[in-house]
Design a protein around this ligand. Structure first.
Ligand code: C2E
Ligand code: CA
Ligand code: CA
Length: 597
């Protein structure tokens, strides 16, 4: 009998051994058949590792019709074939007791990524080593001595098929950079996780890095990737000691479905420590939304959405890292959904009412009504009075704000026309624009059309936009507002002092009016330093030839301080709350009488 070298391939049951290139004995017909076969399906290659020559020969004979067979006479040789990459090995049949123990091969395979996709079957007569081999990652066992060749072939074929499916799946199911499950497979495996651990209480957790896009932009994509990989490693480590599965959503959003944890504060602190180690000169913060003790009956999409909803409550608050889903939040979420559903009818039925908060010029002897800010109110037959503080952020989130503000702009222009006809002069109005509105391509055109249709001079229309939009959305906001001013409209920076625009950048911003943030007015009595800040803002505004408005003025003391320090216009409960149309008109009537018009 010929000695079988480890690089030989047995191609027939007749125990002929030949290398792929030295195939001299094959008939022309066989050659054709083989070529034909390889066009349709490539024969899989099995590596038989056994120190007993007779065993190698028997197994080779069993497999020869269905597979290419390579043989190795011990573990070392086997690893050489597996690792040198000359042949693609689809399956290894491994003997355990050899000069280089088969278990050594299994240990190397556990560490070598390239070998993970090759299934291993151990051929043994010793039942006692099965458990140990399973722990070393073995996929199946074949009993020695070999009894039923057909079953052996069928089992090997099935195992190879399974592995091929699995590796194709692996590529589809995993996110490229982190290697974590994408969301589709995360949900699928979360269900399997329920089935696998029915008695374990589980939490759904979402983890996101605050300002990730900004960090990416400032420190480069490489650093962004480092952050994502650090979170990935942390979560992978976490599920080693606490069972669970990890998935990766878009951007810096990760999902974790794991055994219930009582201490997410510690979890968050440890992860932040890991991230902070990457760079000490920036503050990396997280938002973690937790849906604790998830009921397995609940649809995973709903659970994930709710977890994200709870995390979104942390978006503007970097001081808090963790938020928990609760019944209360669920009620709030449902209410929000109801409001969104109710919006189209509310708009159609004119449930949104324009209120007007008077603005007084205080630089003359007597305060004089000069204009008003339009503040919207939703008076719903079903829900009663709804504050804009509740629905404006909601509509900003889902884009409905653009429709609402369009309605307000149209109505405001119509009211101005009514007053012009009644009083014979124009009374200016300030209208709030959301930063989201700016992205509507037809916004300027719409404003011009409503205003021109009612013959309103452009300089009577003030558009208020919050200061932070000038900073965070500067690329879209600044050119838009410059254009608005070219058309003769006026621009007010709302909530000035809250958006952290640098004083240096201020000179380049396109605005006509600075509206001091209400927080300064609120705290000026308790904190004397705030008075200095207010004085500074007024002076700065004057230097830039802008008008200064103070809003939220409630007391005489506040009013007098502002007036004495040169603030031009005052708005607040000290003079008047926002008024409905009729009451505001009555106020204009009263003013006119007082001033003898
Ligand atoms: P904002 O533009 O900063 O409006 C000022 C808010 O302060 C108004 O609240 C107003 O009623 C309130 N306020 C006025 N004077 C005082 C005072 O002396 N003391 C106190 N404590 N509050 C005072 P409101 O009407 O609830 O509006 C809240 C926010 O909703 C507004 O803040 C604005 O950001 C938004 N908003 C209101 N109407 C509209 C609108 O038509 N379009 C858009 N996009 N946003 C609007
Ligand atoms: Ca405003
Ligand atoms: Ca404001």
């Amino acid at each position: 009998m010929e000695t079988i070298s480890c690089y030989d391939i047995i191609t027939s049951k007749k125990k002929e051994t030949r290398s792929i290139s030295e195939d001299t004995t094959m008939s022309e017909e066989q050659r054709k058949n083989n070529a034909q076969q390889s066009l349709f399906s490539v024969k899989k290659t099995v590596l038989v590792v056994d120190d007993e020559e007779i065993n190698r020969e028997i197994m080779s004979a069993i497999l020869a019709d269905d597979f290419n067979v390579l043989c190795a006479s011990d573990g070392k040789e086997a690893l050489k074939i597996l690792q040198d990459g000359e042949h693609k090995i689809d399956m290894v049949l491994l003997d355990i007791f050899m000069p280089t123990d088969g278990r050594e091969v299994l240990k190397v395979r556990q560490k070598d990524k390239s070998l993970k996709n090759v299934p291993f079957i151990v051929c043994t007569s010793d039942k006692n080593i099965e458990e140990e081999c399973f722990h070393l990652g073995v996929n199946d066992f074949i009993k020695k001595p070999y009894e039923n060749p057909d079953i052996i072939v069928a089992r090997i074929k099935r195992m190879i098929e399974l592995y091929e499916d699995r590796s194709i799946l692996k590529e589809v199911e995993r996110e490229k950079l982190t290697g974590l499950y994408n969301m589709e497979f995360f949900k699928k495996y979360a269900k399997q996780f329920d089935a696998l651990y029915p008695d374990v209480q589980k939490d759904m957790v979402t983890i996101s890095v605050n300002r990730f896009l900004l960090i990416n932009e400032l420190f480069g994509k490489g650093f962004g990737d480092q952050i994502l990989l650090t979170v990935t490693n942390f979560l992978k480590q976490y599920i080693v000691s606490n069972i669970g599965i990890v998935g990766k959503d878009s951007g810096s959003h990760f999902m974790l479905y794991c055994a219930h944890n009582e201490n997410y504060d510690k979890f968050g602190d440890l992860l932040i420590d890991e991230l902070q180690r990457l760079r000490q000169d920036i503050n990396i913060s997280l938002r973690i939304g937790v849906y604790p003790n998830v009921s397995p009956e609940l649809d995973k999409n709903i659970v994930i959405d709710r977890t994200k909803t709870v995390a979104s409550t942390l978006v503007d608050d970097y001081s808090k890292t963790i938020a928990f889903y609760s019944e209360e939040i669920q009620v709030q979420t449902l209410h929000k959904e109801e409001l969104i559903d109710a919006f189209p009818t509310a708009l159609q039925e004119e449930q949104f009412k324009l209120y007007f908060q008077p603005k007084y010029n205080v630089q003359g002897k007597e305060p004089k009504l000069t204009s008003a800010e339009v503040l919207i109110r939703w008076i719903s037959p079903k829900y009663g009075f709804i504050s804009p503080g509740e629905f404006i952020p909601l509509f900003e989130e889902n884009g409905l704000i653009a429709q609402l503000d369009d309605y307000i702009l149209r109505k405001a222009a119509e009211y101005m026309r009514v007053w012009q006809e009644k009083y014979g002069f124009y009374i200016p109005l300030s209208i709030n624009l959301s930063r989201v509105d700016i992205y509507k391509p037809s916004l300027l055109e719409d404003i011009v059309s409503y205003v021109d249709k009612n013959h309103i001079p452009h300089e009577c229309v003030y558009l208020e936009i919050t200061e932070s939009a000038f900073v965070t959305d500067s690329i879209a906001v600044n050119p838009f507002l410059s254009k608005i001013r070219e058309y003769g409209f006026k621009v007010e920076i709302d909530d000035f002092g809250s958006g952290y625009s640098s004083f240096g950048a201020l000179a380049d911003l396109p605005f006509d009016v600075v509206k001091i943030d209400m927080q300064f007015i609120r705290s000026m009595d308790s904190n004397p330093k705030v008075k200095d800040i207010i004085k500074m803002i007024i002076n700065l505004s004057k230097m830039l030839n802008a008008t200064t408005v103070a809003e939220g003025v409630e007391t005489e003391g506040q009013y007098l301080f502002l007036k004495e320090n040169g603030c031009d216009v005052i708005q607040g409960y000290y003079f008047s709350k926002p008024l409905p149309f009729d009451e505001y008109e009555a106020l204009i009537d009263k003013e006119m009488k007082q001033h003898g018009c």
